[in-house]
Design a protein around this ligand. Structure first.
Ligand code: KIV
Ligand code: ZN
Length: 517
């Protein structure tokens, strides 16, 4: 480490696997989290918050596996300021090459009075006790003042001073509820940095939420005011309206060096693949107009813009698509493409597959190439998602046959493997998709409510694969499901079954939110 707040290097702390997982429906299993963590390490992230080990055995195991796998990136475990949490957190990360304990306690009057039922002295006392405990395990300790942006600034300085004296090497100021305004947040950062006497002994960090759409602006204003660590997530996923998005911060620093002399270690050409991977695994779609990584971020519609771009791309493009890793070569494999060509192309898109995984994707690729003449990046991504990234499934589709038309009542006959045991069923519905979903829910004995259904063509052309996304709810648990196939009824069945698999997983391994324990 050895970095100070005077340096111009920004430490990128990614919390996609912790705060990001608190997005409704964004559950990930251990294998999926490990895949994202590995991608984040390649991206050049400095610290990965891998989870909250005290929340569940599943979270503990995921954090432990990530800690034991990563070589360069620091792995942080989030812990409340409870002795048992910190012990559990350390147990999960103690074998990491670079472990970090991240402990937090609320400091706003509102949280202290109503949630913690503690006064200022008690909060300071507990902060000291838990930071000391964490520091007895490692010299890499972060302390966060939850709801910091709504806390009394002078009290914040006292808590941070106590935390640093007790051994914290990073102190973090969160805008937990996304309430701050950039100018005000910048003033608060400046004030706290100036009035915390031992601030030279710790890195100053910020963690912003996006409830007013200001997370990125607040984080940038904090950087300009002197913060040297930023807590972010890929695609800005996170609790409620999400967190500051990693790609927006990184590309702002890269695009506006005249305003921001600060730099970071992120390899920007891996931003787009990381965004796609997180979207594929969590099932959370990136909105088309999203900055940097949205499908329209580099699409120029107006004729006058297209003309300008042809004459000189800088007329309307402040970043080059290649800079964020948008593949220049969205071609185009076909029936005659071999395994080697597929492997190269998949790697160019940012995925690293084992031989076994490549074999699975290649088989799916061949099957798709029989139905569709040209296979584009979007198709390949869907194949990788279905063949490799999916959680180990309870339910899988074996067979589907649907009869429908304008003079027939739609019926669906389906066979599903339930834990590798085939079960058949047939039923009708208002339309073909209703019939399919009814049949699946009868066969699987599940009672989920369909909250949302959407369908998109993955590429242009009438032979495009349809990509279906569903949002399901059962007993208050929400899960997203995704499926793609040239036949949109099959894509719908695959999405529904994927959602049911995720619900099964969540029933076994509930995502416990930091705020709810
Ligand atoms: O938003 C928040 O305050 C948090 C803390 C746990 C850092 O996520
Ligand atoms: Zn948060």
């Amino acid at each position: 480490m050895g970095q100070t707040n005077q340096d111009n290097r920004i430490i990128i702390f990614d919390t996609t696997l912790r705060d990001g997982e608190q997005s409704p429906g964004a559950s990930m299993n251990k294998a999926e989290k490990l895949r994202i963590a590995t991608q984040l390490e390649k991206l050049g992230v400095d610290v990965i918050e891998a989870g909250f080990p005290a929340a569940s055995d599943d979270d503990f195991l995921a954090v432990k596996t990530i800690a034991e796998t990563l070589k360069d990136t620091q792995v942080a475990a989030l812990c409340r300021t409870a002795e048992s949490d910190i012990n559990r957190g350390w147990e999960a990360i103690k074998n990491a090459a670079h472990p970090r304990i991240h402990t937090f306690l609320a400091t706003s009057d509102l949280h202290m009075e109503y949630k913690l039922k503690m006064n200022q002295e008690q909060v300071i006392e507990q902060t000291i006790k838990s930071v000391r405990q964490a520091a007895s395990f490692t010299d890499n300790v972060e302390f966060s003042a939850e709801d910091g942006s709504r806390s009394d600034p002078d009290f914040l300085c006292k808590v941070f001073e106590a935390a640093i004296d007790a051994g914290a090497t990073t102190i973090n100021l969160p805008d937990t509820v996304g309430y701050a305004i950039p100018a005000e947040f910048s003033e608060l950062v400046t004030y706290v940095m100036k009035n915390t006497p031992n601030m030279d002994k710790a890195i100053f960090s910020v963690h912003c939420h996006n409830d007013l759409g200001l997370a990125t602006s607040n984080t940038l204003s904090a950087i300009a005011a002197g913060a040297r660590q930023v807590e972010v997530t890929i695609n800005g996923i996170g609790e409620r309206a999400g967190n500051t998005s990693l790609e927006e911060i990184v590309m702002t620093l890269a695009t506006r060096p005249n305003f921001f002399p600060q730099t970071c270690a992120i390899d920007t050409t891996k931003l787009y693949p990381a965004s796609r991977l997180v979207s594929m695994i969590t099932g959370i779609i990136v909105q088309p107009n999203r900055a940097i990584v949205g499908a329209n971020a580099f699409a120029h519609e107006a004729g006058i813009h297209q003309d300008g771009i042809l004459k000189n791309p800088m007329t309307y493009e402040i970043m080059k698509p290649e800079t964020i890793g948008l593949s220049k070569n969205n071609l185009v494999l076909g029936k005659h493409s071999g395994k080697h060509a597929l492997k190269n192309h998949v790697e160019e898109m940012g995925y690293t597959l084992s031989d076994e995984e490549l074999k699975v994707v290649f088989e799916k690729f061949k099957r798709l190439a029989d139905k569709k003449k040209t296979i584009m990046d979007e198709d390949i991504e869907a194949l990788v998602n279905e063949g490799v990234l999916r959680s180990s499934d309870v339910f899988s589709l074996e067979y589907i046959n649907v009869v429908c038309g304008n003079t027939i009542y739609p019926t669906a006959s389906i066979e599903i493997n339930i834990n590798n045991r085939p079960v058949k069923g047939a039923t009708d519905g208002n339309g073909p998709i209703d019939a399919v979903f009814n049949a699946i829910s009868n066969i699987t004995g599940t009672k989920s409510e369909l909250l949302r259904f959407s369908i998109n063509a993955l590429t242009s052309g009438t032979d495009a694969q349809g990509e279906v996304t569903v949002r399901l709810q059962e007993d208050g648990i929400i899960a997203l499901g995704r499926g793609a196939d040239p036949d949109i009824i099959t894509a719908s069945a695959l999405a529904y079954i994927n959602g049911l698999n995720r619900l099964e997983y969540l029933k076994e391994n509930p995502v416990i939110k930091v705020e709810s324990i």
